[in-house]
Structures are given as C-alpha cells and as structure tokens.
Design a protein around this ligand. Structure first.
Ligand code: CA
Length: 449
C-alpha cells in the first residue's frame, strides 16, 4: 500500500483552466477532488463533478459526450459510476478504476491536452460560483474517533485532573457511533441545540434543567470515506486498509459541552453531538495525497507497540499524513466591520496517535461490515502547542480563559451568529500545494422551547 507517484503529481504540469494554475488555488490539476453539485437554477439535478480551479467538470455531462469513453475498461467502469447523484457508486468500485479515471481526467485537463478533448470538456465546465455543493455521499453510517493524544489528554485533564488519559487509550483507537442523518454540507446554518444540563457546582444534588446549550463548541476533524467495503463477518487486514479508503474531507463535529458533561457517562456522547456535523464538499482522493504521506506518529518512550492486528511496517513508515488544518471564527460584529476571520488554531494531522488505516482496521476487526460511503472521522485534531488546539473546550480551558476577538469581544464558547470556518491543505517542496476547500457553518439562535 505504498503511495504511488505518477505523472498526475508532476508539479510542472499546468491546466488550460487558468484559475487552477494560480498559486493559492486549492484545486490545481494535481488535486482533482470529487464532489456532488447542483447548478443554481430551477429543476437542476445533483451531478458528480471534479473540481479544477474555480470550475467544476460535470462528469456525467463529459461521459454523455464520449469524453471519458476510452479503450481502458477501468476508466469506463469509473465513468459509468459517476452517472449518479452521489459518489457512492464510484466509492464502491474500489481504488483501481478510480486511479484510471484520475489519469484520464488529468490528460483531459492538462495544458497540452488534444484540442478536441479540450473543446468537449469546456462545454461541461460549471463555475463553482454558479453551483450549490451537496453532501458528497449518502452516508449510511458515521463513526467518530478520538485519535489525537493531545486532545484526549487536554480534555481528560479538564474532567479528570488526576487521571487524564484512560488506560485503554494507547491500545484501542477509541470511537463512538455518530449520527448520519444530521450530517450537513458546508454553508448549512447550525441551530443552537437545547438539552439537559446540570450545573454541578458545589451542590451535587442540584436538579438538571432543559434549555439552550451555553457551551456550544466546534471540533476540527478530518473525515475519510470508505470506498470498497467488507462483508459482514469479514475483517480488513491493516496492510490492505488504505485500499478501502476513498478520500478525505473536513469535518466540524459541533458539540454542546454542558449537555455532553451531564449525559456522557456511562455510554459516551449522544445528544451533545447528534444535532449537526458539517462536512466540506470536495473529497480529496488518497491518490492526490500520495506526495504528502508521512511516518505514523512516533510513540513515546515506554508506550506499548500497537497490537499485531494494528501494526504494519508500511503503516508505520507511510501511514501518517502531513496535512495542515486551520480553524477561524467570524463574529457578526467582525463581519459588519469588514474584518477577516480570526484564526483560532492550526494543527497538523501528523500528530494523530492513530493512523487512518488503524482506525479502519480496528473498526472492522470484529467483523463489522463497512460500506461504501460510510464516513469515519478522526476526532479533534490537536497538537502539543497551545496554537494547535482544535476546539474551544481546550483553547479556553472549558471557558476559564476566554479568547479575545479583534473587535474586543470575548469568547468562552460560540455565540449566536458566529461563523466557524475550517480549512485544510497539504504542501511539500517539489510538489503543488493542494487544498480541501473550506467547511463553514454559522450558529442560529435556539428554537423556542
Ligand atoms: Ca469529535
């Protein structure tokens, strides 16, 4: 499962879609992420597309025009799978046809593509500004992990100062089953949830009450979609795990900390998390990430080695990912004053204790069947540094150390009207920078109770 570099990663290749060649573009020809879009006009249908610069190549349109019809059986298989209103069929057919389609798209979109390809493709380009992005997949199941040891330790300290990291942490990729029905694409407003909370304080017998959360938080996470799944009762060996991963997106796992603190024992998160989870719409494939793979996190001295079913030499050497994640906040007052969003944190996915392959293999290790389009999320991505904290719970020490915005406003947790923006990108000398785009959501006031 060693990442393969080929002509699609060549940094010197440019596209005839000029916006893809701009230095800051998230979507150069080396990226080619897949997503589902709908043109902003009445009656438009959901289509599978690939992002190139500030455009979308409509793959169903390109296919119907014969642009993807080649002698290569794999390309045809993948192109047919794109005639859908979700990425699930493309995810289900596995890695090999997807790689073939990537090579074909690269050939069509590169600057020196044959004029006939170029003319045909330009008829199926849609400006991203003229399209709404939808969820990339119909997600059957969503699982959220807890793979950052820095996040787990910081949060653990707040709740259990004497015993921050529980004894299972270095053995098991901890996770819980999330809620698929409330996954929403970027831009969808998030309603402040109400729930049961108990302000413990000095009186352990105080009654709980029901009302809008007063501790609404974001969590900066990376999501990864299952490609080809496994049958019920079968497992996925760690050495094959990455062949079952389609690609990645940004995830904001909105969390109500006061509801969470009261409900989480003994079974874990429930209503504190299930009210909304936001996704970025473009899925960056594992192929596009090949130049940015990194060694897995170096375990501390004295840490146990992963149990054999979670260990592969290739995973230790290349299972990590050098990907930066950034979270910023824009309050209503900042927006009115024309200010830029304030950056709250920058963290790197290299700092995750568990790799994507380990999470996936562990998930299927009991014979649980993973299906194409299932979403696995990493858990909050935090690092050792205070600037690398992926949620307000950590950043403000549960509200004890508020953050000051450029307007002078303070935040312990999120206020109504606040917009949270996640971004992600990979960069490495000798390669084109690629990005994940953004994942945005603004907070609406709670509904009347
Ligand atoms: Ca989470």
């Amino acid at each position: 499962m060693k990442p393969v570099l080929d002509e699609t990663h060549d940094s010197k290749v440019q596209s005839w879609v000029e916006s893809a060649n701009l230095a800051g573009s998230d979507f150069p020809i080396q990226n080619l992420p897949f997503g589902v879009f709908r043109r902003c006009k009445a009656g438009a249908e959901a289509r599978v597309g690939v992002a190139i610069g500030d455009r979308i190549l409509d793959l169903a349109g390109a296919q119907s025009d014969g642009l993807l019809a080649t002698d290569d059986e794999s390309v045809r298989l993948a192109a047919n799978a794109c005639a859908s209103d979700s990425l699930n069929p493309l995810m289900a057919i596995g890695a090999s046809p997807r790689r073939a389609l990537r090579r074909r798209l690269h050939a069509i979109l590169r600057q020196d593509a044959p004029a006939s390809d170029r003319q045909a493709a330009s008829r199926h380009l849609v400006a991203q500004a003229d399209a709404d992005m939808l969820l990339p997949a119909a997600v059957g199941d969503y699982t959220d992990f807890y793979a950052s040891i820095f996040h787990a330790t910081n949060v653990g300290k707040l709740f259990r100062p004497d015993n921050p990291l529980l004894p299972n942490y270095k053995y098991i990729p901890i996770g819980y089953h999330g809620r698929a029905s409330s996954l929403v694409p970027t831009g969808t407003p998030v309603r402040r949830p109400s729930g049961q909370t108990r302000d413990g304080g000095a009186d352990p017998n105080k009654d709980p009450k029901f009302g809008p959360t007063r501790a609404l938080d974001y969590e900066v996470e990376l999501g990864f979609f299952v490609g080809a799944g496994n049958s019920l009762g079968e497992t996925i060996p760690i050495g094959e795990a990455e062949e079952h991963i389609f690609g990645i997106c940004l995830v904001n796992d909105w969390s109500a900390r006061d509801i969470q603190a009261w409900e989480y024992q003994p079974l874990g998160p429930f209503l504190a998390k299930s009210f909304a989870t936001s996704l970025s719409p473009w899925v960056v494939t594992m192929e596009a990430l090949a130049p940015f793979r990194a060694p897995a996190f170096a375990r501390g001295e004295g840490d146990p080695a992963p149990l054999p079913y979670l260990f592969a030499q290739s995973d230790r050497e290349q299972g990590g990912l050098d990907l930066w994640l950034e979270v910023s906040l824009l309050s209503v007052r900042m927006q009115e004053a024309g200010m830029a969003p304030a950056v709250f944190g920058r963290s790197n996915f290299r700092d995750m204790y568990w790799t994507m392959a380990q999470m996936l293999t562990h998930h299927a290790s009991n014979g649980c069947n993973l299906r194409a389009g299932d979403l696995l999320a990493s858990g909050t991505v935090s690092g050792a540094d205070k600037t690398a904290r992926g949620c307000l719970l950590e950043l403000t020490s549960r509200g004890k150390e508020p953050v000051t915005l450029p307007t002078g406003e303070q935040r312990k947790f999120l206020e109504d009207g606040d917009q949270v923006i996640l971004r992600g990108f990979c960069e490495r000398a000798g390669f084109r920078r690629i990005g994940l785009g953004s994942c945005r959501g603004a907070i609406l006031p709670a509904s009347a109770i």
